[in-house]
Write a protein that binds this ligand. Sequence first.
Ligand code: NDP
Length: 330
Amino acid sequence: SRILVTGANGFLGAHIVKEALDSGYLVRGTVRSQTKAEELKKVFPSDKFDTSVVPDLVTGDYTEALKGVTAVIHSASPFTLDLSDPKDFLDPAINGTLNILRAAQAAGVKRFVVTSTVGTLPNRPESLFADTTYGPDDWLPITYEQAASGTLPGFMVYITSKKYAELAAWDFAKEHPEVKVTSVNPTIIYGPVIHPISSLKSLNASNMAIYSLINGSKTIPPDSVPIFCDVVSTARVHVKALDSEATYGKRVLFAKGPATMYQILQIIVKARPELADRFPPIPEVDPVAGKPISRIDSTIAMEALGIKGLELEETVLQTVDNLLELEKKL
Ligand code: NDP
């Protein structure tokens, strides 16, 4: 059967397409322009893959895109750290989710997986440095109004956009029980890039944190998300969820374990010493040493879906080696 993946030319989106093709699905990916469609076709030359151009998440018409489709994985959402107007996050995330949900339901689609984030969970001010296990009943307390006010940092607006996008999907699922909805809530995702990018300046936001440890930057990014997962496993969670009833109506949280910037840098320093002249000044101790790091209840992904995730070392080194290759190519 054919599935539709939105944001198919994104970091995670392209890995979802790959996993779905490898699992035997016919896959259609949405992108915002014909040029992006052509670039993506080069990554997936398979005749089991095609594209559909939907220029705008909120007003886009999915009639053509949904023809013959039995399930949707909605992964497109704005994720950058340079924010201009909060509405540029909130609107596409929330109304973009509702737009495709309505179109999918009208087209008779019964299965809908939406990419959310663990950022929707922390209900404590110390956030992911709390000595706690966050689970599917936890929700970020920041309100829409606070996020829209223009006074919060970009990352806060981003996670609030994801919270209300996910809530919109759950409300929709209540009104339309024939559509089985699942959210996948990964923590920060690292891993090799397979999607089309023209320059490392436009590298996706999460991998940029790792790249900034080896690109000659003089500072280490802040530890805002000290828990990681790898991109291939995260994509697999989305695809395996499609035919797993254990995930219907569930928030499938996914995190492998702790990953502070200091730990990541130490892995690179030990395994890739030839990069020494690119490292930022290395602190003597981890600036967040001694702080508790939260756990994320990933039981459904790990047990029902059997996806354990890669260890940090493998994830970091795969990412670094991929970024160095991209540097040569671009
Ligand atoms: P990318 O920026 O690499 O990909 C985002 C995708 O969404 C692209 O295809 C992009 O299209 C599309 N998109 C963004 N904004 C819009 C918009 N306004 N209208 C239409 N399409 C848009 O990000 P990721 O791959 O990292 O993120 C994918 C999903 O995973 C998102 O839902 C994100 O919230 C979620 N996520 C990511 C995490 C991470 O660490 N990377 C962690 C947790 C969740 P275009 O190329 O045209 O801009």
